[in-house]
Design a binder for this molecule. Structure first.
Ligand SMILES: [Mg+2]
Length: 292
């Protein structure tokens, strides 16, 4: 009954989970593996969050097992490490688990080595697909796999129209397509109160459009938080399920940790704030004011 604070008696016992306020020290003492979300926990759009640098230094100094768990599929781990370094955080590339890295597992599990793949995203997104054994092709060419990695594309409307046309052509010819979505985020905070459309919204748009063409349209397979593949990768790299995820978004970090069955802590410095109207399946186990 760890973390459960209240019991509600409804004929039989029902456990009502209420999040417990906690401290960073208690988290570090209680869990062998620490998973950290990046944006809203360690960094914001232009720098490191208060307390993030001290935490990273402590984790490294104490030789802890820890990983940054990010839905980013626009940067390779090396690129992400350099990016975090510019923001003031020394995070080794080996400690970064990105949703882009999950493409390799998907290709392996589905025998897709050598598969022609349309990649929507950055040059690093294309590298992820190449590392997975895929062969990147332009968006107007027939392909076996469509990977929507990131919303950043040179000519957004032009490319998305090509991707849509290619998918509809495959549907019309009865060809099977793998649609994969490493980063299922719908929006991202841009700083100073602004928001941007993220890769997940691009996939939603395509799914709605192709549903007009066929009663049973193919769906995107999501790899990042809140879906299982990224947590499976964290468990593989950790060698244990005794992990805690510190995150700032209820719909990705907390829901994902809850579904996977690991402990979650919501830090109040990012997107989501906990209140009592938060649905039961999205309630964090622990509440953390900040890393500072
Ligand atoms: Mg975040």
């Amino acid at each position: 009954l760890k973390h459960e604070k209240a019991l509600e008696i409804t004929g039989r016992c029902r456990i009502v989970r209420m999040p417990t306020p906690t401290s960073l020290d208690a988290i570090l003492e209680g869990y062998p593996v620490i998973l950290l979300d990046a944006y809203g926990v360690l960094v914001h759009s232009s720098g490191a969050m208060a307390g993030a640098r001290a935490l990273i230094e402590r984790l490294r100094h104490e030789g802890r097992r820890w990983f940054v768990l990010t839905n980013d599929a626009s940067r390779l781990p090396d690129t992400a490490a350099r990016h975090y370094q510019r923001l003031g955080l020394e995070i080794p590339a080996e400690a970064i688990i990105t949703s882009g890295q999950l493409i390799a597992r998907y290709f392996h599990d589905h025998g897709l080595r050598g598969a022609k793949t349309i990649v929507f995203g950055t040059p690093d997104s294309v590298r992820y697909v190449e590392q997975a054994g895929g062969i990147p092709v332009p968006p107007h060419e027939d392909a076996e796999v469509i990977a929507i990695c990131d919303e950043a594309a040179g000519d957004f409307l032009g490319e998305i129209d090509h991707v849509l046309s290619t998918i509809i052509r495959a549907i019309d010819r009865g060809r099977r397509l793998h649609l994969i979505l490493p980063n299922p985020d719908l929006i991202y905070p841009k700083g100073s109160g602004g928001f941007g459309i993220a890769a997940g919204s691009v996939a939603v748009m395509i799914e709605h459009a192709i549903a007009l063409r066929t009663p049973s349209p193919p769906r995107f397979v999501s790899l990042g938080k809140p879906f299982a593949p990224i947590f499976e990768e964290a468990e593989r790299r950790s060698g244990t399920r005794e992990m805690i995820l510190i995150g700032d978004q209820i719909e990705t970090d907390i829901l994902g940790a809850r579904r996977y069955g690991i402990t979650s802590a919501l830090v109040a410095t990012g997107v989501s704030q906990y209140d009592e109207s938060t649905p039961e399946d999205r309630r964090p186990d622990l509440l953390l004011e900040s890393l500072a």
